[in-house]
Design a protein around this ligand. Sequence first.
Ligand SMILES: [Zn+2]
Length: 509
Amino acid sequence: MPDKASKRVIVFDTTLRDGEQSPGASLNLTEKLEVARALELLGVDVIEAGFPITSPDDFEAVRAIAREVTKPAVCGLARCVPKDIDRAAEAVAAAKRPRVHVFLATSRIHRQFKLRKARREILRLAVDGVSRAKAAVPDVQFSPEDAARTEPEFLAQVVEAVIDAGAATVNIPDTVGWSTPERFRALIEYLFDRVANIAKAVIAVHCHDDLGMAVANTLAAVQAGARQVEVTVNGIGERAGNAALEEIVMALRTRPDAFAGCSTNIRTNLLYATSRLVSRVTGLAVARNKAVVGENAFAHESGIHADGVLKKRTTYEIMDPRSVGLARSKLVLGKHSGRHQFRRRLGELGFRLSPRQVDGLFGAFKELADRKKEVFDEDLVALVESEVPRAPETWRLCRLTVATATGGMAAATVELQNLKTREHRRDAATGDGPVDAIFHALERMTGVRLVLEDYQIRAVTSGTEAQGEARLQARHGGLSVTGRGVSTDILEASAKAYLSVINRVVARV
Ligand SMILES: [Zn+2]
């Protein structure tokens, strides 16, 4: 068990629990399993797979992941109430290394307004909860929710009591992203100072990014002796998100001098592929300037910088792009590239696809190579992400014709195929502009009504023949769903994106 003196930092990934709580990011079972397998391959130590009490789907997903992965511990979250704890324990029971994570708020504001409980009661509930979980699984983690805003001496009391009750890991969350690095570091140091039995547990931290300090706060806690970091891929999570896995891992790896040589077991060359996978299944785009995995993270625009990097990479690059799984070569395939070359390149980009999927994609690749002479890595990634459906496909776009007139009005004629009934449908609609006309036609033809919440277009690669990507978020009843589509034609990309949302709504995923 890594204590303060150990150099090993445990990576606890909560992409599937906290990350999935990002608005619009809900995943279906197949997608959750795909992410869990990718996290296992990446080398995370613990996968927090979900919050089993919240829904039967969440319970099933945690149970399926517990059966599927063997190397990481699989963890289920529970409030400090018996039915939550029992349900979480049941969901992870099949795991090789099951863990139950019990949480209870300890800060004054949560005690007074949310729980309406006095300190003494909180202490008793925490101990009871840990004891109950401990009776069901050997590995129990406890989190005093909103720890960063809890009175430090009360926090120390809680930590000591739950370690006595059998918690092997105690997580100190900055639930609302309120802390600062100096303050958070001091809090962890204070606990190491005050809690008599602290050597019997691993101290973890879980930081939110409301003020953009989640990663800094997490790393400050590592300097103070925390040996488990709770992170998500791409930093997704509630509100502004969590500390980003890739940033923490690469900070430790790139600056051992700053973090006393602490390191993780992460295979960093899989970071880029994992980031793309999570972006694809959640529908949440990675900002171009995002550290480590953003598209521009290793791009040099200034001539002086580019020249420097060509002469000696380390003049302007502190990390080797290959260390995060990014190959330097940009131009890859063209019209004459064969199936074998295509499959190999997809593999190099981190995609693990079945031969059938590769066959299906190869046709789309040939079509793309016809339209666009040079096919770049980004094009391939976009191709896979748009052609491998996130939900069982009901509707497929066959044909799209758009006519626009000055003054803004437009008409769209759309042909769709229902893959279940094999039936073809054709219809036309008008709208204020071409996109509006397309969406009207799709709505009428499928009978699925959506309220558009967000709609964005961007170029996947540069140049006039670049592919355009459309991403949108729409509401259907109480459900917020994201979708994306890619094409060299942005109207077609928009139609595909809208249709992918409709397919998800129809499939109820
Ligand atoms: Zn959180």
